[in-house]
Design a binder for this molecule. Structure first.
Ligand code: ATP
Length: 356
């Protein structure tokens, strides 16, 4: 089932939590809503679940406007951050509970609960109580309970935030595989950019109630529309440097404090426009003094296994980059860096918009 938001806004007293949301999610797609705390992720999910009503605009499930449809009539499965399992019930009864509410006869609902339990590999735990399960198993019970009604839409609200780092990565894979197998349209709220990048077909990046960009992980990473998106995705984050543009005959000079370089690109902006130069840490290379564009002093070295993450300063300006493990660079060394000119970003200093 595809989902469409048409100019949806949600206001709480005088606070606009969501403004003018427009997007379509395709049938079978896995979409993440990603953004900082308070950006409106949960509000969006609640409107889909029917727990909040939009103040303005329409939400469509397929061709049908569902603004006023009761939550129970939406055929949605939902998994919350706290799994909200019933502690006194067995796994079997927890999973079968949504069917019991629908008054499905016992034999049928247990049959379906067992089938769903097999899907999430819980068939050997059906008689246990939630307290006798690990965190990952409890999470799977919550997932099975959300799936037992064979919903058209699965909503996940930070479903993995209670799992430890290793389990999280395992569950990411499992959840993603299950979603592809069932071909169920899924919307997951998260503030963890790595999780969103790892799982989503597309990510909607929200800030202050507005979508900043809605795109595939690859596109978001390579072509961020603005500084907000560029800063939000990527760990360690993109380096940002102040500069200005000076037009040349068939290109331009990017001029910043203590550096300048020529770029064979032309932008339709006034001469001396102030810009923010964006360079990802992997797009900087240590080079000889003669070839260096930036000159910096190393202030920190982090060993990450195959490579090292270095922090350095150019005057006041911090800059981070990676080097291979065999590079012999020490704390306090002066180094010279050259950016991969194919991969740099130029943002308007004024609006933050990507100008390339
Ligand atoms: P978090 O990651 O912290 O959960 P979020 O992106 O899910 O944040 P929302 O919970 O959707 O954010 O909240 C968006 C904005 O709306 C916030 O500024 C919040 O304070 C406000 N808000 C949310 N629910 C209500 C409510 N019931 N009444 C008033 N304001 C609300």
């Amino acid at each position: 089932m595809n989902i469409r938001f048409e100019q949806v806004s949600k206001q709480f007293s005088n606070h606009m939590a969501i403004s003018d949301l427009n997007f379509t999610i395709q049938d079978g797609e896995f979409v993440c809503l990603l953004g900082p705390s308070g950006c409106g992720k949960t509000t969006t999910l609640m409107m889909l679940a029917g727990l909040y009503q939009p103040t303005k605009g329409n939400i469509y499930f397929g061709d049908q406007v569902i603004n006023h449809l009761e939550p129970k009539d939406r055929n949605i499965g939902m998994v919350f951050q706290s799994y909200a399992l019933y502690p006194h019930m067995t796994v079997r009864d927890n999973i079968a509970f949504p069917l019991k509410q629908q008054k499905v006869p016992k034999k049928i609902r247990y049959g379906r609960a067992e089938k769903t339990a097999r899907l999430v590999r819980l068939e050997n735990y059906l008689d246990r109580k939630p307290s006798q399960l690990s965190g990952g198993q409890q999470q799977r019970v919550a997932l099975a309970r959300a799936l037992v009604k064979e919903p058209n839409l699965l909503l996940l609200d930070e479903p993995m935030s209670n799992l430890d780092a290793r389990l999280k990565i395992e569950m990411r894979d499992e959840l993603r595989q299950l979603q592809k197998q069932l071909k169920i349209t899924t919307i997951m709220v998260t503030h963890d950019q790595e999780e969103a990048m790892a799982m989503a077909d597309r990510i909607a990046i929200l800030d202050r109630g507005e979508i900043q960009q809605f795109d595939t992980p690859e596109q978001l990473f390579a072509y961020p529309k603005n500084v907000f998106v560029a800063r939000f995705l990527g760990n360690p984050p993109m380096n940002f440097l102040d500069a200005e543009i000076i037009h040349e005959l068939d290109g331009m000079i990017v001029h910043g404090e203590g550096y300048h370089f020529y770029l064979q690109k032309q932008l339709h902006i006034p001469n001396k426009t102030k810009i923010t130069l964006g360079i990802r840490p992997h797009d900087l290379q240590v080079v000889s003094e003669r070839r260096g564009i930036f000159s910096a002093v190393v202030t920190n070295i982090e060993h990450l296994g195959r490579e090292k993450l270095l922090s350095a300063t150019m005057g006041e300006q911090p800059i981070r980059f990676f080097v291979s493990n065999d590079q012999k660079i020490k704390y306090g060394d002066r180094i010279y860096l050259s950016p991969n000119l194919e991969a740099i970003h130029i943002f308007s200093k004024e609006t933050g918009e990507n100008l390339l």
